[in-house]
Design a protein around this ligand. Structure first.
Ligand code: SF4
Length: 402
């Protein structure tokens, strides 16, 4: 009898994007005998795995998680191991397993994918279907592959989400995992590929196109350090045509953001002309010039003021990201940030507040968060209560101990 393989993903809302891409890769590989099953919570995961094994299928459990979820996943992996050890393969990937593979193996995963998983998962599925022993331990993902190689969604398994247009980031901010996971060289999906994906989504009745990118305004830029308006216009115009009159494009907003120095008259007017969103997400992270230098952001506080002012002038609302408790942040730095935040909210911006969490393999891995003073905490609570700020900063503070 031919081998049949079930790959069961724990498909939590916050981890879906990577799974959509993995399913897209499996689908485009043309492998026969493989099925992707989605479990939306842990009970459903246990039940789906049990049922798959009962049917005599080979079974892989796919998990992906962020550092802030690692406590929960350690418990889950232990339970999976207790129940399915030796029967189903526990495979972990995504930001935290990629950054701390040994830790996740010690949690009980059979294999951990470090980095990009599309080629690894299709290779592993092929091995299982061919009756070979699948890889275990730490498996290095493909590096530097062009984004056109794999679609970001799966038609067959109805797993849709964002179109990832750019992977990698040249800025190497000290706290950020993106360049460590995907490299410092930006890889852009080709225009033709994006248009064809947008048209396929439209044909499936999906009208909203959201792009995934570390800096949407840098799409098409060779070094990722400056917008190329012609490339942006080609992207937005072509996607608009592909999605038709009742389709909508969301650009420079969730799940992407833009760097403040890339907000200019060209990028704003293109977004206004072709995209539906009235809100932009801008990364600022600190209002202290000293901290911006320390975290290697590569822009100034003035860039942030200018970006918010220009965006407001062009009719956009803005969400501006800030991180409190960065390693080495002093009370003076926090005061400077609060002053900038007061100015920006006065200009109409909304603040997305975060507390620093050390992420594996970043320059700040293992660093201790600077404590938030009572004054900073009170100020954040006040602006949150006025609706001028939002975010998980309190929960993140509890996890990180900041
Ligand atoms: S924070 Fe943004 S700009 Fe900085 S390295 Fe990460 S993705 Fe790049």
């Amino acid at each position: 009898m031919r081998t049949r393989l079930d790959i069961v993903f724990l498909y939590l809302r916050e981890n879906r994007s990577g799974f959509n891409a993995l399913a897209g890769a499996l689908e485009s590989s043309g492998l026969e005998g493989v099925e992707v099953l989605l479990a939306e919570d842990e009970n459903s995961l246990m039940e789906t795995v049990r049922s798959s094994l009962e049917k005599g299928r080979r079974t892989v459990i796919g998990l992906s998680f962020f550092t802030c979820q690692s406590g929960r996943f350690a418990g889950l992996i232990a339970r999976l191991r207790g129940r399915f050890s030796g029967k189903a393969l526990i495979l972990a990937g995504g930001p935290h397993p990629s950054g701390a593979p040994d830790e996740v193996l010690a949690m009980g995963a059979d294999a951990v994918v470090k980095g990009e998983g599309e080629a690894v998962l299709t290779g592993l599925a092929r091995d299982i279907l061919d009756g070979k022993r699948p890889g275990s331990g730490i498996i290095s993902g493909q590096a530097g592959q062009g984004l056109d190689a794999f679609p970001p969604f799966s038609l067959r398994w109805r797993m849709f989400g964002y179109i990832e247009i750019t992977r990698g980031c040249p800025f190497l901010c000290s706290y950020c995992q993106t360049p460590r996971l995907f490299g410092a060289r930006q890889r852009h999906r080709s225009l033709e590929n994006i248009f064809s994906l947008a048209a396929r989504m439209r044909a499936e009745g999906l009208r909203d196109i959201r792009f995934l990118s570390p800096d949407a305004f840098a799409y098409g830029s060779e070094n990722g350090r400056a917008p190329v308006p012609e490339k942006l216009e080609a992207l937005l115009k072509g996607t608009r045509e592909a999605v038709g009159a009742d389709g909508k494009i969301f650009f420079g907003t969730f799940p992407s953001e833009v760097r403040p120095e890339h907000v200019d008259r060209d990028t704003l007017s293109l977004t206004r002309r072709y995209a539906a969103n009235k809100r932009l997400v801008i990364g600022a992270q600190s209002g202290s010039p000293r901290m911006l230098e320390a975290i290697k952001r590569g822009h100034t506080v003035e860039d942030v003021y200018r970006a918010v002012g220009l965006a407001a002038g062009a009719g956009f609302e803005t969400d501006v990201d800030f991180i409190f408790g960065l390693p080495g942040e002093t009370e003076t730095d926090a005061e400077l940030t609060l002053k900038v935040i007061a100015d920006l909210t006065g200009m109409g911006a909304r603040i997305h507040a975060h507390t620093f969490m050390p992420l594996p393999q970043t320059a700040f891995a293992g660093k201790v968060p600077a404590p938030l003073s009572a004054r900073t905490e009170k100020a954040l609570r006040t602006i949150c209560s006025r609706g001028q700020a939002f975010g998980q900063w309190e929960k993140q503070r509890l996890i990180s101990g900041g």
